[in-house]
Write a protein of this length. Structure first.
Length: 98
């Protein structure tokens, strides 16, 4: 009985798995950060294989087209980003009585 339940579960998980090999690189890039846990390994494997096939120029273009990455890099260069000075305590000190 257990084998039947286990094999049914494995079969169902493969039926609902996403086939990332049929997606374009742009489609995959748009899904970064939103892939559910069940498909994360397959997504990571396909993304790594795609990135290895890119030329250095294509990789640079992908990094350059990410506006969030450029903004973060600029903030780190000019010193306006990169850390949370208060870390949630709003500078009020430790957790003592008030």
């Amino acid at each position: 009985m257990r084998k039947l339940v286990l094999s049914s579960f494995l079969l169902a998980s493969t039926v609902f798995a996403v086939d990332y090999s049929t997606m374009t690189l742009d489609e995959m890039l748009s899904q970064r950060g939103t892939v559910d846990d069940a498909n994360r390994d397959a997504f990571r494997t396909e993304m790594q294989s795609r990135m290895q096939t890119l030329t250095p120029e294509e990789r640079a273009d992908l990094r350059g087209s990410n506006s969030m990455g450029q903004a973060t890099q600029q903030r780190l260069k000019d010193g306006t980003g990169g850390g949370n000075m208060y870390k949630g305590s709003r500078g009020g000190g430790g957790g003592g009585r008030r």
